[in-house]
Design a protein around this ligand. Structure first.
Ligand code: CP
Length: 359
C-alpha cells in the first residue's frame, strides 16, 4: 500500500531518504532558491505534548519556505479541552491546512490520524513509538558531519529501552553496509529484543556494555540520550538510573579526534556543560540540520510525486482482533470507532497502529 503520510522512516526507501538528505544540503547552502517553494501553503502543527525543537523547527522550516503555519502547542488551548476527539480535529484541520505535523502521547495516533486526513500527516512523535523526523535529523547530520552513512561504529548510551530515537536510528543505520553498534546502558534500560532482532536480521554486529569510559575509544559516533523520567513507573525507579552515564571532558579525552557526539536533546545531566565547546560536540548543530531536513521533507511531500509515496504493509481488518498494548490508540480514545487494522509479517499478526504483535 502506498501512502503520502510519514509515520516512520522505515517506510522511506533509501532513495527517498538520500534524496531528502541531498535536498537538505542544497537548501542549507542556497536557501534563496527555496524561499518561495511553499508560497500560499499552510502547515498545521498540532502538538498534544511539549516540544521545543520539533515544533519550532517545523514552523521555522515552513516560514523559510514562504509558507505559513497554524496550530497549537497546548491542546488545552484548542477544542480538545472541550472533549473533541482526534478524528474530528484532524478531519477539520486537514480542510484548513496543506500539511499536518503532529505530536501526540498515544502510540499509533499518527497512523490513526492519517486515516482521517486528506493532506500529508508527519509523525512528530507518538508516545514511545516512532519519531521519524528526529532520525531524519540524525542521518542528515551524520551525512554532512561524517561524510557517510556506512562503515560507522556507533555507540548509543543512556535510556536505550525507552528512547524512540535510539530504536529508529538503529533501524535506519542497520540498512547501510558495514555499520556496527555499541549499546551502552544499564541492564534495566537495555535495547528491547525486537531492535536486537533488527540488527541480527541485517547482519550488523553489536555489543552490549555498561561502561562508557571503556567503550568510547573506538567509536566514530557517540549518540547520548537522556533517561526518560516520564516513562518510569515510579520516581524511585528513575532515581536509580539517573546520572549513571555522564559524558565529561575526562571521558572525552579517550575518544578519537574525529568522533562526533550527537544527542536528540533535550539534555538533562548526561553531557557535562564543559563538553559543549569541544569541536566534537555536534548536538546543537544537529538541531539546525533538523530544520534543513524538515524543509526538504516539506518540499518533497507537498510536490506529491509518485516517487515520494511511502510503501507500507498491506492491511486486513478483523473486528475481533484486539491489540494487547494498553498504550495503543485502539485501546485509548479511538477504541469505539477506529477500524481494527492489522498486517502480517514474519509469521505474526501486528497492530497496524502501534506495531505490537497481536498473535
Ligand atoms: N529532539 C526532540 O524531539 O526535541 P523536542 O522534544 O524539543 O521536540
Amino acid at each position: 500500500m502506498k501512502q503520502k503520510h510519514l509515520i516512520d522512516l522505515e517506510y522511506m526507501t533509501k532513495d527517498q531518504l538520500e534524496k531528502t538528505i541531498k535536498l537538505a544540503g542544497v537548501i542549507k547552502e542556497k536557501p534563496e532558491i527555496y524561499k518561495h517553494a511553499c508560497d500560499g501553503k499552510i502547515m498545521a502543527t498540532l502538538f498534544y505534548e511539549p516540544s521545543t525543537r520539533t515544533q519550532m523547527s517545523f514552523q521555522t522550516a515552513m516560514m523559510r519556505l514562504g509558507g505559513k503555519t497554524i496550530g497549537f502547542d497546548d491542546p488545552m488551548n484548542s477544542s480538545v479541552a472541550k472533549g473533541e476527539n482526534l478524528k474530528d480535529t484532524i478531519t477539520v484541520v486537514s480542510g484548513y491546512a496543506d500539511i499536518i505535523a503532529m505530536r501526540h502521547p498515544v502510540e499509533g495516533s499518527a497512523k490513526a490520524a492519517s486515516h482521517y486526513s486528506n493532506v500529508p500527516v508527519i509523525n512528530c512523535g507518538d508516545g514511545g513509538h516512532y519519531h521519524p523526523t528526529q532520525t531524519l535529523t540524525d542521518v542528515v547530520t551524520l551525512s554532512y558531519e561524517k561524510g557517510r552513512l556506512d562503515n560507522l561504529k556507533i555507540g548509543l548510551c543512556g535510556d536505550l529501552l525507552n528512547g524512540r530515537t535510539v530504536h529508529s536510528l538503529i533501524k535506519t543505520m542497520s540498512r547501510y553496509e558495514g555499520n556496527s553498534f555499541v549499546l551502552i546502558s544499564t541492564k534495566e534500560l537495555s535495547v528491547p529484543q525486537y531492535i536486537k532482532d533488527v540488527m541480527d536480521k541485517a547482519g550488523c554486529p553489536y555489543t552490549e556494555v555498561d561502561n562508557l569510559k571503556d567503550a568510547i575509544s573506538d567509536l566514530d559516533v557517540l549518540y547520548m540520550t537522556r533517561i526518560q523520567r516520564e516513562r518510569f513507573a515510579s520516581e524511585e525507579d528513575y532515581q536509580k538510573q539517573k546520572g549513571v552515564f555522564v559524558l565529561d571532558k575526562d571521558k572525552l579525552s579517550l575518544a578519537k579526534e574525529d568522533m562526533i557526539i550527537l544527542h536528540p536533546l533535550p539534555r538533562v545531566d548526561e553531557i557535562a556543560i564543559e563538553v559543549d565547546d569541544d569541536p566534537r560536540a555536534c548536538y546543537f548543530k544537529q538541531a539546525v540540520y533538523g530544520m534543513y531536513g524538515r524543509m526538504a521533507l516539506i518540499v518533497l511531500l507537498l510536490r506529491q510525486e509518485d516517487s515520494f509515496l511511502f510503501d507500507t504493509p498491506d492491511i486486513d481488518t478483523d473486528k475481533n482482533l484486539k491489540c494487547h498494548n494498553e498504550k495503543c490508540i485502539t485501546n485509548v480514545e479511538m477504541e469505539y470507532y477506529l477500524p481494527k487494522f492489522t498486517y502480517e509479517k514474519d509469521g505474526h499478526v501486528f497492530c497496524e497502529y502501534c506495531d505490537h504483535i497481536i498473535e
